[in-house]
Design a protein around this ligand. Structure first.
Ligand SMILES: [Zn+2]
Length: 407
């Protein structure tokens, strides 16, 4: 199923009552005074979290050009943008999106409330070149958000964290602070603190534009923390650590890739030069010799298509063969329950190259399966969620079985 056939995207934050407060829909007068540019038809501003548009030039009463720059160079081509168009009158506005250092990547999404998003009609987009498109936007009586993906702000993360913390066996703590002082939250699920159990560790959002990874992480974790007998049995055997948002500054500043020191956090594992990775490393020390046990590490990301970067089968892990068994079970269940073509994924056996990313570091340090869970940028949102639940269920089954064999 192609992304453009699914017009309505409902952002996961519709689940949360106070979500509407995350994006103020009506910009204040001062925000409009701080507009990047304005003409008699509309004003363009970036005065909200996760925004990015670096320059704006009026071309005529009904057309303008917005330039999008990365936070730093060189950088991966994850050309994030997010801006708001406040109409002065109804009618059509042509907006050129021009990238200074990348190709156009993300099909624009639009929203009037910051909660419900739609893919902008591809028929109203002209592709002028690899690095420039023109959108023909119909202005209505309200401001319109335009973004590379649904805006998944720090506020959305934190609302979900607070909701999850309400489970009686979950506790929230702060591992440290980002460069700009935002807390790096950890959730830990332990159903019986008197019993020492092995841990499964999850992290997310090292790379800010990778929203579809976060859209998978939440239903995955909710399944593991859920009320099913499978989840209860799993939590009898295992404890869970989750660090949902490792790069809150990058998310808030609309970064393409880096933290505020211009560092790719997923190239800093083992080096641990940044406050964000240092805070996580400090937490992971509990798994050093004689401490707690870790059996699995998953890191949620997004890329061009659904895939999982794993160890190769030639690289021994403990549990042995987990990855192979897990992913083949997931594929069978997805095909059976969801259908053959709705969530295709590949396993990319990706032997340790020495690159200091989370997967390599966690495998090298602990000998465990350490996996990057990548979700396609344009994968149908409904199937991201449904597939994530199946990935979670099969992970739990596999680890429960392994535990039984090890007794
Ligand atoms: Zn990534």
């Amino acid at each position: 199923m192609y992304w453009h056939r699914k017009i309505l995207l409902v952002l996961v934050c519709t689940l949360f009552a106070n979500c509407a407060t995350i994006l103020a829909t009506q910009p204040s007068t001062s925000e409009i005074a701080n507009a990047l540019c304005q003409n008699e038809t509309a004003a363009i501003d970036v005065n909200f979290p996760a925004s990015r548009a670096n320059n704006c030039q009026i071309k005529s009463a009904t057309s303008l050009t917005i330039t999008i720059d990365p936070e730093n160079k060189p950088i991966n081509s994850s050309a994030w943008y997010a801006f708001r168009v406040t109409p002065r009158q109804e009618g059509m506005l042509s907006v050129n999106l021009k990238y200074s250092h990348a190709k156009h990547r993300y099909p624009p999404k639009v929203s009037t409330d910051g909660i419900n998003w739609q893919i902008f009609d591809p028929l109203k987009i002209d592709k002028l070149s690899e690095d420039e498109i023109r959108m023909h936007i119909r202005l209505i009586d309200r401001p319109i958000y335009v973004a590379a993906q649904e805006i998944f702000s720090v506020g959305v993360h934190n609302t979900w964290i607070d909701k999850t913390e309400k489970l009686h066996f979950v506790s929230k703590s702060i591992l440290g602070n980002s460069i700009e002082g935002r807390p790096l939250y950890k959730l830990e699920a332990r159903t019986n603190p008197n019993i020492k159990k092995p841990y499964v560790v999850f992290v997310g959002r090292q790379h800010p534009p990778e929203v579809t990874g976060a859209m998978a992480m939440m239903p995955f974790i909710e399944t593991v923390l859920g009320k099913s007998n499978l989840a209860k049995n799993f939590r009898d055997k295992y404890d869970i650590i989750l660090i949902p948002n490792m790069n809150p500054d990058g998310v808030t500043n609309g970064n393409w890739r880096h933290n505020m020191n211009g560092i790719d956090l997923n190239r800093d594992w083992g080096l641990f030069t940044q406050p964000e990775t240092q805070a996580v490393e400090k937490e992971l020390r509990r798994f050093e010799n004689g401490g707690d046990e870790i059996v699995l590490f998953l890191d949620f990301h997004s890329t061009w298509r659904n895939l999982l970067y794993t160890q190769s089968d030639a690289e021994a892990t403990r549990p042995a063969n987990f990855t192979k068994n897990w992913l083949s079970a997931v594929e069978t269940v997805i095909n059976k329950k969801l259908g053959k073509d709705v969530y295709k994924f590949t396993r990319e056996q990706n032997p340790n190259s020495g690159q200091p990313n989370s997967k390599n570091y966690m495998y090298m340090t602990y000998g465990i399966p350490a996996i990057t869970y990548e979700v396609g940028d344009n994968t149908d949102r409904k199937f991201i969620e449904l597939a994530a639940k199946i990935f979670a269920q099969e992970m739990m089954k596999n680890l429960i079985e392994w535990d039984a064999k090890n007794d």
